[in-house]
Design a protein around this ligand. Sequence first.
Ligand SMILES: Nc1ncnc2c1ncn2[C@@H]1O[C@H](COP(=O)(O)OP(=O)(O)OP(=O)(O)O)[C@@H](O)[C@H]1O
Ligand SMILES: C[C@H](N)[C@H](N)CCCCCC(=O)O
Ligand SMILES: [Mg+2]
Length: 253
Amino acid sequence: MTQSWPVVPGVRGVFVTGTDTDVGKTVIAAGLTAALRSRQVRAVYFKPVQSGCREEDGQLIATDARFAQTLAGLGEPLSRLTPITLKLPLAPAVAAAQAGVTIDLEVIAAAYRELAGRYDFLVVEGAGGLYVPLIDYDFLVLDLARWLRLPLVIVARPGLGTINHTVMTVKAALHAGLSVAGVIINQYPEHPNLAGRTNPEIIEALSGRPILGKIPLISDLQSEAGKTVLIESLADVLAAPTWRRFGGPVIRK
Ligand SMILES: Nc1ncnc2c1ncn2[C@@H]1O[C@H](COP(=O)(O)OP(=O)(O)OP(=O)(O)O)[C@@H](O)[C@H]1O
Ligand SMILES: C[C@H](N)[C@H](N)CCCCCC(=O)O
Ligand SMILES: [Mg+2]
């Protein structure tokens, strides 16, 4: 069940996916949003569905959106940044089935349209990787990215194993007709081993897509210093020629 038209024609943004869950999609998406806003681009973060939400005072908290809200200084309620929250830490389709609810695409579309009407650039985070079921088993995260018609930024791990995961993710996206802006290698060590040093060029050669940047492993993301390193690392991504080539908003370092 996929619709073929973009939810809001002409919206500028990126869809941040990853080679896996826990690779750093939220950190990168929040960092991109904060870096854009620090350079006066009216950007906002949006994660349509979050599973594995924490329960606080009887309410499910969209913790990914809360990280972005804080880092990027977003004056939006969490419910607008993530309209669908699920408790179980599972694929959203499974978490929804277990909760006896159905994820309604129109709820996602309405929230997306509302933000798109007030911001110039949307940084959308998926859930897990591309082949994660969102609605039943026939509407995947990949289908959501296709439906929104946004180019992908793929977040990948730095070490051994990431060539296969990353190139397969790029190939799956291209096979599905999506555009791929490039790959961000996250948690890149200060002293990478041989795999870490050679992986970026191999991923570029095999996937045909650029490495947009390597974001360092940051010791304390809750500290002001850590947040600054994250935001400035992503500002470097936004200022690089590879970002401009895909048509992202140009910022000056
Ligand atoms: N560059 C980094 N430096 C230090 N810690 C990081 C970095 N990137 C991610 N992390 C940490 O790794 C964990 C996973 O990151 P994150 O929540 O962004 O992953 P995710 O891909 O969004 O996960 P999910 O699939 O659940 O949405 C978090 O604890 C986060 O703080
Ligand atoms: C719970 C987790 N943090 C994410 N929100 C959802 C990840 C779904 C992964 C499904 C899978 O690939 O097996
Ligand atoms: Mg996340």
